[in-house]
Design a protein around this ligand. Structure first.
Ligand SMILES: CC(C)(COP(=O)(O)OP(=O)(O)OC[C@H]1O[C@@H](n2cnc3c(N)ncnc32)[C@H](O)[C@@H]1OP(=O)(O)O)[C@@H](O)C(=O)NCCC(=O)NCCS
Length: 233
C-alpha cells in the first residue's frame, strides 16, 4: 500500500480521532473487551489536544489525500513515548503501521533520546509482533481495573488533589524510582496554570482521577505516612 506520510496539523484531529476510535474499538471487540476509548468525540478531543502540543511530533499517513492513520512521539522527557498509533481497520496489515513506527523511531534517534517506551494491550498480537521486530522489549505488565470505584481509604495514605507546588517533588520521586526525569511535564505545569483559568468542563486531567471524579480536579498525589523504623530497608 503506497501511503504518503506527513506531519499532522490541527485540521487532522477529526479524521485521526475517528480512526483512533474505530481502530481501538475493532481490536477490542475481536477479543470481547470494552473499547479503550469511549467514543469518537472523545478521541477527536484527545487528538486535538495532542496535535496542538509543541512537545509532540506527529505523523499522518494518507492515501489519495485520505487520512488512514497516525502516530505520535512525545518528546518532552528523556525517555520519549509513542502513541496512540492507529491505522484505519480496512488498511491494516499492509505495512502502514510499521512505516508510522519507523518514522517516529527515526525522529527519536535524530533527537538522541536515550530510550522510547509505549504501552500496548496484551491481546493485540500483531502490534506485539510489530514492536518486537522493531526492537522493543516487554518490560512489565500493567493491569486495567474497570467497574465502579470502591471508595476505600488506604490506611496510612492520604490522597489529595495535586497542585503546582507538588511538581518538583513528583519529578524527584520519578527520578529516584525510574532513573529518568519528568522535566517534560514542565509543560504540563503551564497546562495546570492555564487549566486553573479554564472553565471546569475544559480542565484536563493529568494523572489519576480520584474515585469520585471532581470536574475541577487535575491530578492527585498520595502522601504515605513514614514507615515505622523496623519496616524500613
Ligand atoms: C497496531 C496497528 C497500528 C498496526 O498497524 P498495521 O498497519 O496493521 O501494521 P503493519 O501491517 O505495518 O504491521 C503488522 C505487523 O504484524 C505482523 N503480523 C500480522 N499478522 C500477524 C500474525 N497473525 N502473527 C504475527 N505477526 C503478524 C505483520 O507481519 C507486520 O509485521 P511486518 O511489518 O514485520 O511484516 C493497527 O493494528 C491498529 O491500529 N490497531 C488498533 C490500535 C492499536 O492497538 N494500537 C496500538 C496501541 S499501542
Amino acid at each position: 500500500m503506497n501511503a504518503v506520510f506527513r506531519s499532522g496539523t490541527m485540521n487532522d484531529a477529526m479524521a485521526c480521532g475517528t480512526i483512533c476510535y474505530e481502530a481501538f474499538k475493532a481490536i477490542a471487540q475481536q477479543h470481547n473487551f470494552p473499547p479503550d476509548i469511549p467514543s469518537a468525540e472523545f478521541a477527536i478531543g484527545l487528538l486535538s489536544r495532542v496535535l496542538s502540543r509543541t512537545d509532540v511530533y506527529s505523523v499522518v499517513a494518507e492515501i489519495d489525500h485520505r487520512v488512514i492513520g497516525s502516530n505520535f512521539l512525545w518528546e518532552g522527557d528523556t525517555i520519549a513515548s509513542i502513541g496512540p498509533i492507529t491505522v484505519i481497520p480496512d488498511a491494516q496489515n499492509s505495512s502502514v503501521g510499521r512505516q508510522l513506527m519507523e518514522r517516529v523511531l527515526e525522529r527519536a534517534r535524530t533527537r538522541q533520546h536515550v530510550g522510547v517506551r509505549l504501552v500496548q494491550s496484551a491481546y493485540h498480537n500483531r502490534s506485539l509482533s510489530l514492536y518486537t521486530k522493531l526492537g522493543f522489549h516487554a518490560r512489565e505488565p500493567l493491569t486495567v481495573l474497570q467497574g465502579p470505584p470502591l471508595k476505600l481509604q488506604q490506611p496510612g495514605c492520604h490522597v489529595r488533589p495535586a497542585t503546582n507546588a507538588d511538581l518538583d517533588a513528583c519529578n524527584a520521586l520519578c527520578l529516584s524510582i525510574h532513573g529518568h526525569d519528568r522535566q517534560g511535564e514542565e509543560l504540563d505545569r503551564r497546562l495546570l496554570a492555564r487549566a486553573d483559568r479554564a472553565s471546569p468542563r475544559h480542565r484536563p486531567r493529568l494523572a489519576h482521577p480520584r474515585a469520585d471524579p471532581d470536574p475541577r480536579q487535575l491530578a492527585v498525589v498520595g502522601h504515605p505516612r513514614p514507615l515505622p523504623r523496623h519496616a524500613r530497608r
